[in-house]
Design a protein around this ligand. Structure first.
Ligand code: SF4
Length: 652
């Protein structure tokens, strides 16, 4: 008999698609968009459309694996959990709980995948954790600094926009469900301008494309603010009355001559005039910021200079406007952590305050950690050897530890460094809840079929280990029991668990953030950036910009679909200067490593840029991150991967 089962994609993607599965005789026969979600509508991206291939892939890890020399031996769950329990107990007894590193990132963003590991480490007595990231962190920190929160307008609000500026973001690849709303807004008369050093897939759809010097976004934002300075006496009262630092911001702008800003941003006066007309002449202007402005040493300042432009031009707190990034407010009740701390105390345990290592510098931080040193790493939903900068260093740092445990679905570059691998389920085999960070929708994650092989969810893995470690009742219970413990804020919104189990539900969030002129900052005011030290390009070479592919989410790619070699695109003028030809094999070298790529000529690539894609490929352990230097941004921090410069040489 066929059954329809609603679920939600849990991948690190702002769309958070609602999905309707058809299950027959215990097999999933279809995995399609659930059109009841008005944001994700009736389509999935390429990765979603191919998800059953991932779930059914013969490459999946289906049993626990224990290192045996250079390979792995399948072992039973009992042996695997005993091994992990024995190692964890021994290392905790010898060096304390902080000698264990728990490193988790965004492989799945569902609620239990985020909270259950934290519960485990509370009951274990603490662990070393990470701070910062390799993705959104500078921009998120900048939003929280300036607005007091990271909120966005619902995509439907674009119908109110007179212009749309997509700045350092490529939704045609990374947020495909934004595109229909942009298209509808354009039919309504809004013009789309893309600011991106790359001629991205979104830039190809735009009315205007501006390609500043990589990292020059802050200078461009200042140039546009100066361009509208003759209108400053028309700046709405809202701007002056509801902000902190307006005068100091103006004084900062005064320090720069227009010509200097144009030169530093490498844009024309006409381009600046055009952007000024978006912000002032074609209001409301909706801005969508993306990772392209954040992956720099000045990623936080770049973002803040754009926020200042959006705010001072009167495009905050009005329909059709906004400095939109993501919606990072999730209504789960964090009291559950306190309750678990109390339960741990009742067992006679006082969990240590976690020690935090900087995620963008993780390899170095692991090696330098003292009192106690890191001896064991537990890595879940994260493939740092491929997705964190300086992969070779990351690999070496993991290999030098006493013991590495990885929970994974596939034999990733990080799993290859493990001593013990726990085979993990996909979202088709788990019960959970997902909150979108691209809209205010949430939805159920439903275990529609039995887990493949002997795979287990992260929650089940930690529950099994909790039993072995004698945590008593702690961590036990079914997924929805745990979800219910986080539900108080949703109860206040009149959202029932039963409704969410049935499909997508809109949670209560402001439609137009800051519409009342009150910001979530301490003083309730918008915070202007008042100081910008500028940027220095210290190294010679070409900027290395990564190209995200539609088929690839970060490093989540099946080996069978992976390309065997990346391509690198250069401007034909750059190629001529280097005596290089289309189709040649070249070495792309940074100070850290080199990799081989096939050369492509593109008129649309800036002469100071090398565009490399995809970011991982077959049989490579680190992908493009072998080249990326581990450098951090000013806020967040995030990995400032775009700071890496490369040289290109013929591969002979
Ligand atoms: S990856 Fe994003 S767009 Fe694709 S199915 Fe998942 S949520 Fe939807």
């Amino acid at each position: 008999m066929e059954k329809k089962i609603p679920t939600t994609c849990t991948r690190d993607c702002p769309s958070c698609c609602s999905i309707m599965l058809t299950v027959k005789d215990g097999r999933i026969i279809s995995h399609r968009a659930d059109p009841r979600n008005p944001i994700t509508r009736n389509f999935l991206c390429v990765k979603g459309t191919n998800y059953l291939k991932r779930y059914n892939s013969p490459e999946r890890i289906l049993t626990p694996l224990l290192r045996n020399g250079n390979g792995f031996l399948p072992i039973s769950w009992d042996e695997a959990l005993d091994t992990a329990a024995e190692r964890l107990t021994k290392i905790r007894a010898e060096s304390g709980p902080l000698s264990t590193l728990w490193a988790q990132y965004s492989g799945s963003l569902s609620l239990l995948n985020l909270i259950m590991p934290r519960m485990f480490w509370i009951h274990f007595g603490g662990s070393t954790m990470t701070r910062g990231g390799i993705s959104i962190d500078a921009l998120q920190a900048a939003q929280e600094h300036d607005f007091g929160a990271c909120l966005l307008h619902e995509p439907q609000d674009l119908k109110n926009s007179g212009s749309i500026v997509v700045w350092g973001r490529n939704p045609a690849v990374t947020h495909v469900h934004l595109l229909p709303f942009i298209r509808e807004a354009r039919k309504n008369g809004a013009e789309l301008t893309v600011v991106d050093s790359r001629y991205s897939e979104t830039a190809r759809l735009a009315d205007h494309h501006i390609a500043p010097r990589p990292g020059g976004d802050g200078y461009l934002a200042m140039a546009v603010a100066k361009e509208i300075q003759h209108r400053w006496d028309e700046v709405p009262d809202f701007v002056k009355g509801r902000s902190e630092g307006w005068e100091a911001y103006l004084a900062m702008l005064e320090q720069y001559e227009e010509a200097e800003l144009l030169q530093r941003a490498d844009v024309s006066r006409e381009q600046v005039k055009h952007l000024a007309s978006c912000y002032w002449g074609h209001k409301p202007c909706a801005t969508f910021l993306g990772l392209g402005v954040n992956w720099w040493k000045e990623g936080g300042a770049n973002s803040r200079l754009i926020h200042a432009l959006v705010f001072m031009s009167g495009n905050i707190g009005i329909p059709g406007g906004g400095a939109n990034f993501f919606n990072m407010e999730f209504p789960f009740d964090t009291a559950v952590f306190k309750e678990e701390m109390a339960k741990a105390a009742a067992r006679g345990l006082t969990p240590l305050k976690p020690r935090r290592l900087l995620l963008p510098l993780l390899a170095r931080e692991i090696e330098e950690a003292q009192d106690p040193p890191i001896r064991l790493a537990w890595i879940s939903m994260f493939n740092p050897v491929a997705s964190a900068p300086d992969s070779n260093h990351m690999k070496k740092a993991l290999q030098n530890l006493d013991f590495v445990i990885v929970t994974e679905q596939f034999m990733t570059a990080t799993a290859r460094c493990a001593d013990l691998i726990f085979p993990a389920t996909t979202y088709l085999e788990e019960d959970d809840v997902m909150y979108s960070h691209g809209s205010s929708y949430m939805g159920p994650v439903t275990a529609a079929v039995k887990p493949k092989g002997e795979t287990r969810s992260n929650m089940q893995i930690f529950q099994g280990l909790a039993e072995k470690l004698g945590f008593g009742e702690a961590l036990q219970g079914k997924p929805w029991k745990w979800i219910s413990r986080t539900w108080a804020l949703l109860d206040d919104m009149d959202i029932s668990m039963e409704a969410v189990k049935r499909g997508p539900v809109k949670r209560v969030q402001p439609l137009i953030p800051y519409e009342n002129g009150v910001f979530r900052t301490k003083d309730g005011k918008f915070q202007f950036i008042t100081d910008y030290a500028g940027r220095k390009d210290e190294e010679d070479g070409l900027f290395l910009l990564m190209v995200k592919r539609r088929s690839l989410l970060n490093t989540q790619l099946l080996d069978q679909d992976a390309e065997t070699i990346p391509t690198v695109s250069l401007n034909p003028k750059t190629m001529a200067e280097m005596d290089l030809k289309e189709g040649e094999r070249v070495w792309v070298s940074s100070p850290l490593d080199r990799l081989e790529a096939i050369l492509r000529a593109s008129e649309f690539t800036r002469p100071d840029v090398a565009e490399l894609g995809p970011s991982v490929w077959k049989d490579d352990q680190g992908g493009v991150n072998r080249l990326h230097r581990a450098v951090i941004s000013d806020l967040g921090p995030t990995a400032a991967v775009n700071e890496t410069k490369v040289t290109i040489r013929k591969a002979s």
